[in-house]
Write a protein that binds this ligand. Structure first.
Ligand code: BES
Ligand code: MN
Ligand code: ZN
Length: 497
């Protein structure tokens, strides 16, 4: 996709489609007013005829414009004529791009950066247009014979005046980086488990390191992990024919002595549940259990592309979770790298077994903060639905920063309590803890488990089990929360700390 800023006046523009906004009560946006004037009142006619009421998210495509170099105009309803909320702005953009999945539309000029959005500037709007458009045109065709995609859009230009150009361009650069990171995360999530193995994920990380010299990639093998004493992590991979990998990505563009931000992503390339086997229905979707890891790759891609002046470490513990003669059995007790012992009462609670050793390993880096991202519990969907990411952590300031970043990015998170009282549920008669707290508050007890390995630093946990994937008709990876985390990093780079 080619993204650019377009400063040519609308009267002289040549393209397949121009997107302009219309507010309720037949009120035209500035660009719609200009286009209306140079098309002998065409837009007013359509709106007055009642073809578009101006409700947010409504669209009308005018696909014949007499005597014009513009082939078509897409009118998008924006709602009331006042500053839009960030959410409504996104809704209008999604509606716009979804109505442009037509064979004849290849080049698009979007005039929606002129709309006022509450507390947001042009840079944000420009970034958001790119993120939303890129997300909507993404289609996974890698394993299909027919590579045709519904959208034929090749070029997206954001309309701006000369004075707006610099801010709009800054947003474009960010938007492109985040969109590319999100695309990578979605692509890896959509790949099947027989292609996207731990080895494949490691190769992808190595490729990323070749593309961005600021990223140094290292892959720890099972023998290295055994030497480090990662007994919890290795107990999961023992049941799989695929060798486990601990992928580390080192991005050092901050001050030499600045403590790094560590991102840890769960990389289960297939989670069958192990001996505590999952039911057959829907099990094919468990290929997306590596989306936390894929998010780490996506976010580091975005950070490297934006050249953020930060030090960031990405860690991706990657394995399969399979039933096997050598797999973990319920009742087995393993010793984690921290020395703490764990009674595995449910082999399907495997993510935390990988993550606990990765958290202990993160201590090596003397981190400023550690954020883990994991498709950890089905329970997060019960608590919060598929709308928002579950957030838990041991540091209020870090959690608030992540909540704020999610708000700005339109990629929200919501915090759940991590109180002492919940720790009770992890009591074991035979080891220091069990690996499952049972049904009640499953997302919280999973985080309680992780928290026991994150006592030495500021830490937050994002449970993305319900938001990283879309089920139903158009199923696939969503790329969340690449945008939230990219925004967090942009904020950190900005504050210089
Ligand atoms: N990968 C799953 C969590 C999951 C569930 C992700 C649904 C995506 C969709 C995780 O490994 C798991 O199986 N968790 C168990 C924990 C339980 C055994 C304590 C769960 O959520 O049932
Ligand atoms: Mn599981
Ligand atoms: Zn899992």
């Amino acid at each position: 996709m080619d993204y650019s800023i377009e400063t040519t006046p609308l009267e002289e523009l040549q393209c397949d489609c121009v997107i302009v906004g219309v507010y309720q009560d037949q009120q035209l946006s500035p660009s719609a007013t200009v286009l209306n004037a140079c098309t002998q009142g065409l837009i007013k006619n359509i709106v007055n005829r009642g073809d578009l009421s101006g409700k947010n998210g409504e669209t009308a495509l005018i696909n014949f414009i007499p005597d014009s170099k513009i082939e078509s105009i897409l009118l998008v309803g924006l709602g009331e004529n006042k500053p839009l909320s960030g959410k409504n702005y996104k809704k209008a953009l999604v509606a716009a791009v979804n109505s442009l999945k037509k064979p004849q539309i290849k080049s698009v000029v979007c005039c929606l950066a002129e709309c006022d959005v509450e507390n947001r500037d042009r840079q944000w709007k420009s970034r958001h247009i790119i993120e939303v458009f890129s997300d909507a045109v993404y289609q996974f065709t890698h394993t299909k014979s027919d590579k045709e995609t519904e959208s034929k859009i090749e070029k997206i230009a954001i309309a701006a005046t000369e004075t707006e150009r610099a801010l709009a361009y800054a947003g474009l650069v960010q938007g492109k980086a985040v969109a590319e990171g999100t695309d990578l995360t979605k692509y890896l999530g959509d790949l099947p488990g027989n292609i996207c193995t731990p080895t494949y994920l490691a190769e992808q990380a190595i490729e990323l390191g070749k593309k961005y010299p600021s990223l140094t990639v290292k892959v720890l093998e099972e023998a290295d992990m055994a030497a480090l004493g990662m007994g919890a992590f290795l107990s999961v991979s023992r049941g799989s024919r695929q060798p486990a990998k601990l992928i580390s990505l080192d991005y050092q563009c901050g001050e030499k002595n600045a403590k790094p931000i560590v991102l840890i992503g769960k990389g289960l390339t297939f989670d069958a549940g192990g001996i505590s086997l999952k039911p057959a229905a829907g099990m094919e979707e468990m290929k997306y259990d590596m989306c936390g890891g894929a998010t780490v790759l996506g976010v580091l891609l975005a950070a490297a592309q934006m050249q953020l002046p930060l030090n960031i470490i990405g860690l991706i513990p990657s394995s399969e979770n399979m039933p096997d003669g050598d797999a973990n059995k319920p009742g087995d007790i393993v010793t984690s790298m921290s020395g703490k012992t764990i009674e595995i009462i449910n082999t399907d609670a495997e993510g935390r077994l990988l993550l606990c050793d990765a958290l202990t390993y993160a201590e090596h880096y003397n981190p400023d903060v550690v954020i883990d991202i994991a498709t950890l519990t089905g329970a997060v969907g019960v608590a919060l639905g598929r709308i928002t990411v579950g957030l838990l952590g041991n540091d209020d300031a870090l959690c608030n920063d992540l909540l704020a970043a999610g708000e700005i990015a339109n990629d929200s998170a919501w915090r759940l309590p991590l109180w002492e009282e919940y720790q009770e549920q992890l009591k074991s008669s035979f080891a220091d803890m069990t690996n499952s707290g049972g049904r009640d508050a499953g997302t919280i007890t999973a985080a309680c488990f992780l928290g026991r390995f994150a006592e030495k630093f500021r830490w937050a946990h994002l449970d993305i089990a319900a938001t990283a994937w879309r089920s139903g008709q158009i199923k696939g990876a969503t790329g969340r929360p690449v945008s939230l985390l990219s925004q967090y990093l942009i904020g950190r780079a900005h504050s210089g700390s």
